[in-house]
Design a protein around this ligand. Structure first.
Ligand code: ZN
Length: 227
């Protein structure tokens, strides 16, 4: 008896305990692996959806379905939105507040059409022309003005069927209007050139007022010779 038996029994017990431990460990090990695998799959699927939404440049705006604050897609806060709450929109969403960090770009984006990769140039132009937040909102949200940057100091504005151009001079702008001729039947024929509305630079606010308040009537003379 004694030793051998005891050794034998111990050995059995150790084997059993090892086997049960193995079984015991194996299951919890397997399921986390499986869970981890499916979690990884879910995450990558959400990340893929995010990437697919981001790949469409018409999706200009981002929001988290949890926070309900809308951002311009270039906002640095966008990286803080997790993949599973990540949503994009082609338009601003009525009633959804704008992020205070990127609201200028969000408004500018409304006016710049397909030129989206140059948004920083537009942003710089408006900052250097001292265009306020209120004015950006008035132009692009309230009046649906469309803009196109020509170079770092020139931008064209389409406002109620009229085309204008701003030439940025220091913190002001020189306002140009699309040149036109009057046809025999009294209608305007637009030309590709522009003429100065005023020699001296004016504030962006005044230029915007002139554009937004402008209406053409037939008593206007041809401006063909003005420039
Ligand atoms: Zn933002």
């Amino acid at each position: 008896m004694g030793k051998r038996e005891a050794e034998h029994i111990d050995f059995d017990a150790v084997m059993k305990s090892l086997q049960s431990e193995k079984r015991g460990e194996a299951d919890p090990e397997l399921s986390p692996e499986e869970n981890l695998g499916s979690a990884k799959k879910e995450v990558s699927q959400a990340a893929r959806k995010r990437a697919s939404k981001l790949s469409d440049p018409r999706n200009g705006y981002v929001y988290s379905t949890k926070e309900r604050i809308i951002h311009d897609r270039t906002c640095k806060r966008v990286s803080g939105i997790s993949d599973d709450c990540f949503e994009m929109s082609k338009k601003l969403i009525p009633g959804m507040p704008l992020c205070n960090l990127c609201r200028r770009k969000a408004w500018i984006r409304l006016g710049m059409g397909d030129d989206t990769k140059f948004i920083n140039a537009y942003d710089r132009f408006f900052r250097e022309a001292y265009v306020s937040n209120d004015l950006l909102q008035r132009l692009f949200v309230d009046n649906d003005v469309k803009v196109k940057i020509q170079d770092i100091t020139h931008m064209t504005f389409d406002v109620n069927g009229e085309r204008w151009m701003w030439e940025r001079v220091d913190k002001k702008v020189v306002l140009y209007h699309n040149s036109y001729e009057i046809s025999d039947v009294g209608t305007r024929v637009m030309r590709k050139s522009f003429h100065k509305q005023k020699e001296t630079p004016i504030s962006a606010q005044s230029a915007a007022n002139k554009m937004l308040n402008y209406t053409w009537d037939r008593s206007h003379q041809s401006n063909d010779n003005m420039r």
